[in-house]
Design a protein around this ligand. Structure first.
Ligand code: GAP
Length: 459
């Protein structure tokens, strides 16, 4: 799959992402998660949580609000500094992010000008072919809303958070006091963020509403370098254990003029998507930028052990990581069926812990439905991972559907099950099958799941 239309159609057909409000012609370039996308997203966030928070001796979690007080974003610098340069074609009114329209060198030269007055764009508008661009202007990316605070309609402005971490910084003192943490320690959070992006492209890659998984790790200034290396390495291991193809991921160190306004140092992790390399994670040394500014603006001392801690941040985008793993995992293989005939197999080779369903329970034929459903329902009460029931016209079709959505094991109930209470277990990637007594199935699946989990979280 290397064409955008094929990917969009796969994501929709197999229940990963649907165009939002499609029955009303859709909300432009916005996406809802379908059932399989929801399972994958839950598992990804859960694994991130286990890897970055629960399995770490220093880290705790938070869950702050999306609605954000304007003073928070004033102190964080987002009101002033969180913008892209926008230009518009004066012929067809198509809007462009300047850095996407012109070359890196041209953009750097433009930024270097004090007045930002002179810009001649050599290329023509990709939409209409004309070369009539408006003077570039700063476009703030914050999305806002009004809360009606009195019956007379008095309104008060709130912002939708552009990054989850500001909720961590403003709660720093409460979290530290209530957990009695000493430096170094981290606070992690997953959830929605919002940005009024000028252009949206590549499906779920760039959207106005998306989720982040962020860890803010607080340490003393002397230990910054040590923890910078540590979290860069952990983020890389997390990604490479999931993506499993080192050719498709890379680390990029940002130059000084590319840094976000809060960062002193940033490494981005990139994945090679169908459209080219794209950023899916950013790791930043934020220094004491956030806590210092919030201390000054709020009057509350955000200190511990007599210092303002420094922050190393790891920030993953959930949908971008999902897209990378879906593109990476989807494969078409030529295989031979039981009669030796070559057939094409579509399979989604996600990490087993991320498979929307770890196991599917399938009757070999319709007459075995009742027995299969009994086994399925019993299994649901005995396992900690997700299972699904599958029934189509033929076992081949059932395997096809479960392979293409990434289910890791298929349990097949056949005539022999009725005689000797054994069940066939088929593994997704190798298609190898074994038979086990029914009473051993739960233990086998639990052990396998635990094995994948321990291998994943180990250092
Ligand atoms: N707190 C740091 C921060 O927000 P960022 O590089 O702006 O850093 C982190 O964002 C990650 O969030 C990105 O690497 C990307 O995966 C995701 N992200 C940012 N903007 C996005 C958008 N418009 N659509 C989807 N994901 C986005």
């Amino acid at each position: 799959m290397n064409k955008s239309e094929d990917i969009t159609s796969y994501l929709k057909h197999y229940g990963f992402f649907f165009p939002s409000a499609e029955i009303y012609q859709g909300l432009a370039k916005s996406w809802d998660c379908g059932p399989n996308g929801t399972e994958l997203k839950r598992k990804l966030k859960d694994l991130w949580w286990k890897y970055f928070i629960a399995s770490q001796p220093y880290n705790v979690g938070a869950d702050s609000l999306i609605l954000t007080h304007p003073r928070v974003l004033e102190a964080s610098g987002h009101l002033k500094n969180f913008y892209d340069w926008l230009t518009e074609c004066q012929n067809c009114q198509k809007r462009y992010r300047l850095d996407n329209l012109i070359s890196v060198e041209e953009f750097a030269a433009f930024l270097a000008q004090e007045e930002k007055q002179n810009l001649s764009i050599s290329q023509s508008c990709p939409n209409c072919g004309q070369n009539k661009f408006a003077k570039p202007q700063q476009f703030n990316l914050l999305l806002s809303s009004d809360l009606q605070t009195t019956s007379q309609g008095k309104k008060s402005l709130v912002y939708l958070r552009p990054e989850t971490c500001q909720g961590i910084f403003v709660n720093f003192a409460n979290i530290r006091r209530s957990t009695r943490k000493k430096l170094p320690f981290g606070i992690g959070q997953t959830g929605k963020s919002f940005r009024n992006e000028i252009t949206l492209h590549h499906g779920i890659f760039r959207t106005r509403e998306f989720e982040q998984m962020e860890l803010e790790f607080f340490c003393s200034p002397e230990e910054r370098e040590k923890w910078w290396k540590h979290w860069n390495q952990r983020a890389w291991i997390f990604l490479s254990r999931l993506a499993n193809d080192k050719e498709k991921i890379k680390q990029v160190q940002l130059n000084h003029d590319e840094l976000p306004h809060y960062a002193q140092k940033t490494t981005d992790l990139y994945f090679k998507y169908h459209f080219g390399w794209g950023e899916l994670c950013s790791i930043s040394d934020r220094g004491d930028y956030d806590l210092k500014n919030h201390s000054e603006k709020s009057g509350e001392k955000l200190e511990t052990e007599k210092i303002i801690p420094h922050v190393i941040e790891v920030s993953f985008g959930v949908e971008r990581l999902m897209l990378a793993l879906l593109e990476n995992g989807y494969q078409q293989e030529i295989t031979k069926n039981s009669k030796g005939k070559e057939t094409k197999r579509e399979v989604l080779k996600l990490h087993p812990l991320l498979a929307p369903y770890f196991v599917a329970v399938i009757p070999w034929k319709k007459t075995l439905r009742e027995k299969t459903q009994q086994i399925y329902q019993k299994l649901l009460t005995e396992i900690n991972f997700s299972a699904t029931y599958e029934e189509t016209d033929s076992i081949g079709k059932s395997y096809h559907y479960q392979d293409v959505i990434g289910t890791y094991y298929c349990l097949t109930i056949d005539d022999q099950t009725l005689q000797d209470e054994t069940i066939t277990i088929r593994e997704r990637d190798s298609r190898k099958q074994i038979r086990l007594p029914q009473q051993e199935i739960v233990q086998f699946l639990n052990q396998e799941y635990q094995k994948f989990y321990h291998e994943f979280v180990k250092i």
